[in-house]
Design a protein around this ligand. Sequence first.
Ligand SMILES: CC/C=C\C/C=C\C/C=C\C/C=C\C/C=C\C/C=C\CCC(=O)SCCNC(=O)CCNC(=O)[C@H](O)C(C)(C)COP(=O)(O)OP(=O)(O)OC[C@H]1O[C@@H](n2cnc3c(N)ncnc32)[C@H](O)[C@@H]1OP(=O)(O)O
Ligand SMILES: CCCCCCCC/C=C\CCCCCCCC(=O)OC[C@@H](O)COP(=O)(O)O
Length: 374
Amino acid sequence: MGLGECLKSQVLCHVLIGYVFLASGLLINLLQLCTLPVWWLNKSLARRINCRLGYCISSQAVALTDWWSGTECTLYADPKMYTLFGNENGIVVLNHSFEIDFLCSWSFCERFGVLGSSKAVVKKELAYVPVIGCMWYFTEFVFCTRKWEEDRITVPQSLQKLRDSPESFLLLLYCEGTRFTVQKHQISMEVAEKKGLPKLKHHLLPRTKGFWLTVQNLRGTVAAVYDLTLNFRNNETPSLLGILRGKKYHPALYVRRIPLESIPEGEAECAAWLHKLYQEKDGFQEQYIQTGRYPGPIVSAPRRLGPLINWLCWSALLLFPLGAFLVSLLSSGSTLTILASLAFCYGASLLFRWMIGQTEISTSSGYGNKVNNS
Ligand SMILES: CC/C=C\C/C=C\C/C=C\C/C=C\C/C=C\C/C=C\CCC(=O)SCCNC(=O)CCNC(=O)[C@H](O)C(C)(C)COP(=O)(O)OP(=O)(O)OC[C@H]1O[C@@H](n2cnc3c(N)ncnc32)[C@H](O)[C@@H]1OP(=O)(O)O
Ligand SMILES: CCCCCCCC/C=C\CCCCCCCC(=O)OC[C@@H](O)COP(=O)(O)O
């Protein structure tokens, strides 16, 4: 094992990474709270400031993925469409089967310069995750309860706010609504059978209402739907803990651009269109599993230095005071203060571990475990 790999496997390194992420995140959340008056004075300015503040948090996770673990995504896309990525608003439809698919999505956004402004339709429970929840609130993520009676009112309200976005954005929508598990797959295929729809092998049956609402509310604002299909080489099962330990993964992503005008307006037609899209995606996954390739040429999207510089700056800013505090703590010799500090560090490590736990499929909600949605 080389020096780099040995360093990456050290728990102390993970604790320090967690410390920088949590401390900087809470500081940035505080700055976001301070922008409240700006929202009343100048919404566009408030949005721009919050995009940059949000970038300071999410790009740390990108630095961890791109630079610490060295994970590199192979991108399959039409080179003619490639120039549009990041230069127009888009709705991104992505399969939801991997614990780090959200990290891959951040890394993708960073490479096309839209990390700060990009958003997702996320379950409301994630609004209460420290650091991330507050950041997403201020960068206008669309929160949903996954209960149609509530979402049909609140989701369009949040989507309408995106129409005034001063910067290009990608809006990520996991139409499957929950992460893939064998049980959820089985249940959703029972639903497919009842609806007379063809069975999917690699996806859950997509939930169509959220997609229809999103397309209808963003017509005139968004230029295209980006259909993304993600898989990993050699059946890798990537995890955030693996990334933290410096493990390199090999994602492969197939991107198609579909102009928004080509998507039907009526709810039933739009739902049928989405079901057909998922049947195609299922075919692409099967092709990848059989041949190790998606259709289309491979294009290059190199990692950028921004996330690394941001991460190093926050580390320098926060590790020096930590070092100074530790020295003064040890020289004070007070057992009580030392014990209290150790207890605080332990609590913070538990919080960081709990946050990582939120990304693990084993903690997935019961949504989709029953035919009646609950
Ligand atoms: C690799 C990636 C690279 C690049 C990505 C590029 C860009 C990324 C851009 C931005 C990134 C920024 C941030 C990303 C970071 C973090 C995000 C990470 C994770 C969070 C994600 C989540 O939280 S996912 C969960 C939340 N999201 C959603 O749920 C969205 C989809 N959901 C819906 O549309 C829902 O439908 C709903 C929310 C609108 C609620 O409505 P409901 O569920 O009631 O409606 P349905 O449409 O499902 O209608 C009900 C019909 O469903 C049938 N049914 C019943 N049981 C099932 C079942 N088990 N499976 C399927 N269908 C079922 C039922 O019969 C109903 O049928 P009808 O005929 O009556 O319609
Ligand atoms: C430099 C340090 C970087 C450390 C990076 C820490 C990263 C963030 C830690 C915690 C983030 C928690 C939010 C992650 C959101 C992704 C979880 C997810 O994919 O949501 C699942 C949701 O779709 C469906 O939920 P269910 O499957 O129904 O349940």
